[in-house]
Design a protein around this ligand. Structure first.
Ligand SMILES: O=C(O)CCC(=O)N[C@@H](CCC(=O)O)C(=O)O
Ligand SMILES: [Zn+2]
Length: 336
C-alpha cells in the first residue's frame, strides 16, 4: 500500500510523510496537505464532478469514524477502491486523537464560522486551518459539494444513528440528501433552524456544500468499536466515491424520522444544574412540565413542548455553550 494511505498512522505519530504526493496504480493522486489532511484526486477522464469532504476526529475520542475513514483510505491506496470523486480526508483534532480525549483545551466543534478568531490556542488555530482546507477544497466551480462530518456520541441513544442538517436563511433542506442519508443507515435527521458554530454548518453556510454531522453510535477507544455498526454508511460511501450509487427515490425517505430544534439549552454560569440521570440516553422523551435545568438568576428550563426529547445533555460544557438540545418531531413538508 502507498505510504500516504497510512494517514492515520502518520497522524498518530505526529509525522510528516517523506513524499507529499503519490500516484496509485489506478492513476489516483494522493496529496498530503497538512497534519491529518489528505486530498484524493481521480484521473481527469474518470472524474464525475463530485467534491466529497469526509472528516472525523473533530473530537479526539470518537474513534469509530476515524477507523472508517482509515479503511476507505487504505482501500484507495491499495487500488481496491477506485474513486471517481475528488475527496478531502480530514482528521480534525490530531492532538486530541493522540490523547484519546474529546478535546485538549477547547472543543474544536465550537470554533467554526469565525469563532476561532475570538479565541486562541492550538484548537482555535486548527479550526482556522480546517476552514482554510475546506474552503480551498470547495473552491472549484461547477462541481457538486458534499460534506459528512462523522462523530460518535458521549452517551447511548434511543435512536442509534442520526444526522444533524445545518440551516441557512433562504435555503431549503434537500429531500434527495435525506434519502441518501436513509440509504446510508441514518434513522433520524435533526433539521436545524438557526446558524451554528460547528464544522458542518461552516461548509453548508459559507461554502455551499450539502453538509451533515453524522452520529454513528457511542464513543469508544480505538479497536473497541464492534458495537458501532457502520456497514450501511460504509457501503454508501464506497458507492459515492466510485460513482456507483443506486438511484435514490423519494420513497426511500420512508421510515426516516424528522426532528426540529425546539430549544437549545445554554449553560450560562457555574450554577447551571441539569436535572437528568447521568446515564440518560439521547432522544429520551421528557414530559410537559418537567423541570429540565436551572441556572443563575432563577433561570428555569421547563418542558413546554409535546413530544420533546433531549439530545447531547452535557452540564460540563463551558459557560456560554450548548448543554443540550430539545427536539420535537417534524414533517417533510418544507423540504426541497
Ligand atoms: O454526545 C454528545 O453530547 C456530543 C456528540 C457530538 O460531538 N455531537 C456534535 C454535534 C454537532 C452538531 O451540532 O452538528 C457536537 O456536539 O459537536
Ligand atoms: Zn463529536
Amino acid at each position: 500500500m502507498l505510504a500516504l494511505g497510512k494517514l492515520l498512522e502518520l497522524t498518530l505519530a505526529g509525522r510528516e510523510p517523506a513524499e507529499k504526493t503519490q500516484l496509485t496504480v489506478e492513476g489516483v493522486r494522493m496529496r498530503w496537505l497538512s497534519e491529518g489532511a489528505l486530498e484524493v484526486r481521480p484521473p481527469e477522464a474518470r472524474d464525475n464532478g463530485l467534491d466529497l469532504l469526509l472528516s472525523a476526529g473533530i473530537h479526539g475520542n470518537e474513534t469509530a469514524p476515524i477507523e472508517l475513514l482509515d479503511r476507505l483510505l487504505h482501500d484507495i491506496a491499495r487500488g481496491d477502491l477506485k474513486p471517481r470523486a475528488r475527496i478531502l480526508f480530514l482528521f480534525g483534532n490530531p492532538e486530541a486523537i493522540r490523547k484519546g480525549e474529546r478535546f485538549v483545551e477547547q472543543d474544536v466543534n465550537r470554533l467554526f464560522n469565525g469563532r476561532h478568531e475570538q479565541s486562541s490556542g492550538s484548537e482555535a488555530l486548527r479550526a482556522c486551518e480546517l476552514e482554510r482546507l475546506a474552503a480551498s477544497f470547495f473552491s472549484l466551480p461547477n462541481r457538486q459539494r458534499l460534506h459528512y462530518d462523522l462523530h460518535t456520541a458521549i452517551r447511548g441513544s434511543k435512536i442509534e444513528q442520526f444526522a444533524l442538517y445545518p440551516w441557512k436563511e433562504d435555503r431549503q433542506h434537500s429531500r434527495q440528501e435525506l434519502a441518501r442519508l436513509r440509504a446510508a443507515g441514518m434513522e433520524a435527521v435533526l433539521l436545524q433552524n438557526k446558524p451554528s458554530i460547528v464544522f458542518s454548518s461552516y461548509t453548508y453556510d459559507k461554502l455551499g456544500a450539502e453538509a451533515f454531522t453524522l452520529e454513528l453510535g457511542k464513543a469508544r477507544p480505538f479497536g473497541q468499536n464492534a458495537g458501532v455498526n457502520v456497514s450501511l454508511l460504509e457501503t454508501r460511501l464506497k458507492q459515492i466515491i466510485e460513482g456507483t450509487e443506486p438511484e435514490l427515490t423519494d420513497a426511500a425517505l420512508d421510515g426516516l424520522q424528522l426532528y426540529s430544534v425546539a430549544r437549545e439549552i445554554i449553560k450560562h454560569s457555574d450554577s447551571f444544574r441539569l436535572n437528568l440521570p447521568a446515564d440518560i440516553e439521547n432522544f429520551s422523551e421528557l414530559e410537559v412540565g418537567y423541570l429540565l435545568a436551572e441556572d443563575i438568576a432563577n433561570t428555569r428550563w421547563i418542558i413546554e413542548e409535546e413530544g420533546a426529547r433531549i439530545i447531547f445533555p452535557n452540564p460540563k460544557v463551558k459557560n456560554g455553550l450548548r448543554a443540550g438540545i430539545l427536539v420535537v418531531p417534524t414533517t417533510d413538508e418544507n423540504l426541497a
